[in-house]
Design a protein around this ligand. Structure first.
Ligand SMILES: C[S@@+](CC[C@H](N)C(=O)[O-])C[C@H]1O[C@@H](n2cnc3c(N)ncnc32)[C@H](O)[C@@H]1O
Length: 220
């Protein structure tokens, strides 16, 4: 009977079809296979952290390319499945935890990542005012933050609340944060990020929903 994030995301994890390939062949940011940029947005990092890895395919993909690739996800269901499927890949690490809590501890350990990213993941579902200072703290100097999610619905900006189990279901809910590319640029710069590039990539059919893709860098 609460804003129980782990319960919500476990239910989501149980509902997602298990059709991930054993060998993830691509890394993408959009909801359309083979559309848009790939891992080059991360700029050949040695170490990465994915916020909200879901099935874990991006972590596995990067690890297979020699990156020390870590992911954190609040859902025990997702974590277990990712470890089962990709836990054997050298360099791939799947941690269960809430992103802000995880980054606070990682920051205490002075662990720094070359890139932190989120593909329709936890960044979308976390208040940027809480999250961005923690991301900055855990990024190496000049490290890359990159993320993607749905573009804001025109006229509907800031925090958006959603019931997670239908209108007759359990009182579960989550929040998402939606901004225009211009607002993301302002928010990231206010938190000390530089070289911000935020834009909406059109869908393969421009009549369909595009993808917000944002990239920024930690300062020196
Ligand atoms: C929509 S799914 C996307 C998963 C994956 N990135 C993909 O592209 O398939 C969002 C993921 O973020 C995780 N998540 C949401 N909020 C989170 C939080 N505050 N901390 C950690 N993980 C979170 C969920 O458990 C879920 O696996």
């Amino acid at each position: 009977m609460s804003h129980d994030l782990e319960t919500y995301w476990n239910r989501y994890g149980e509902g997602v079809k298990d059709e991930e390939p054993a060998e993830p062949l691509t890394f993408g940011w959009t909801q359309y296979d083979g559309h848009g940029p790939g891992e080059e947005l991360l700029e050949q990092p040695d170490t990465t952290l994915e916020l909200g890895f879901g099935r874990g395919r991006n972590v596995a993909y990067l690890a297979r390319k020699g990156v020390r690739a870590t992911g954190v996800d609040i859902s025990g269901v997702q974590c277990e499945r990712a470890r089962e499927r990709y836990g054997h890949v050298p360099g791939a690490r799947f941690e269960q935890g809430e992103v802000c809590r995880y980054l606070t501890t990682a920051g205490d350990d002075e662990e720094r990542f070359d890139a932190i990213y989120s593909v329709w993941g936890a960044l979308w579902f976390t208040d940027p005012e809480r999250l961005l200072p923690l991301v900055r703290q855990c990024l190496a100097p000049r490290g890359v933050l990159a993320f993607s999610n749905a573009p804001a619905v025109p006229g509907s900006y800031g925090v958006q609340g959603m019931y997670g189990a239908g209108f007759k279901g359990r009182r579960l809910w989550i929040y998402r944060w939606a901004y225009t590319p211009e607002d993301w640029t302002e928010i990231l710069e206010r938190h000390g990020f530089v070289d911000v590039d935020a834009q909406v990539l059109e869908a393969p059919d421009p009549e369909n929903v595009g993808t917000l893709i944002v990239r920024a860098r930690a300062p020196h």
